[in-house]
Design a protein around this ligand. Structure first.
Ligand SMILES: [Fe+2]
Ligand SMILES: [Fe+2]
Length: 178
């Protein structure tokens, strides 16, 4: 994560400003995160026990592809090259998902409970990131960019709600009984 100098001017000439660079850097970070999530979701889908959770992961794989495309649109609107920069936070969250698969039994509801936990951590990370990026875009006067990122944020929030419903409806109850 790039640092902003304390005298960073966020209202001056945006294109060359340090804040613009910082914003683009953070876009590269979430671009990496979405790309790697896109690769990880089919693995989570395969590991899931219930078909409901597998279906939720499948749905979000398609949505994540859209998020990648949306970020490419954002880069293009800003006149920047779409570039990915390793996001340590997403790398850590995905590693946690892998370890949950390794630590739980195939076909168990405990595995699904763990996968839901891992997936919700990912969604909350994305929600925090997009929320802040939207605020930055608005400060910079890029309302077109803010609107695009808002569409992604809405999908991340809906995914989080869907996962919460899944967790509440059956997974945790059955896992507790195992
Ligand atoms: Fe996403
Ligand atoms: Fe997501």
């Amino acid at each position: 994560m790039a640092m902003m100098k304390s005298n960073g001017n966020v209202t001056g000439k945006m294109e060359d400003s340090e804040f613009h660079e910082f914003f683009v850097d953070e876009l590269k970070d979430i671009y990496w995160a979405e790309q790697h999530l896109y690769k990880a979701l089919p693995k989570l889908q395969k590991a899931a026990t219930s078909k409901e959770l597998a279906a939720a992961f499948e749905k979000h794989t398609g949505e994540t592809q859209t998020h990648i495309n949306t970020l490419e649109q954002v880069f293009s609107l800003l006149g920047e090259k779409a570039e990915a920069k390793k996001c340590e936070a997403m790398a850590g969250l995905l590693a946690e998902g892998d370890s949950i698969v390794g630590d739980t039994e195939k076909g168990s509801m405990t595995r699904d409970a763990g996968l839901i936990l891992a997936a919700q951590k990912v969604e909350h990370y994305e929600i925090a990131t997009y929320g802040t990026l939207i605020a930055f875009a608005q400060i910079m006067g890029h309302s077109d960019v803010a609107n695009l990122l808002q569409q992604t944020l809405d999908v991340e929030k809906a995914t989080d709600v869907a996962l919460t419903k899944l967790a509440g409806s059956f997974v945790n109850e059955e896992a507790a009984a195992e």
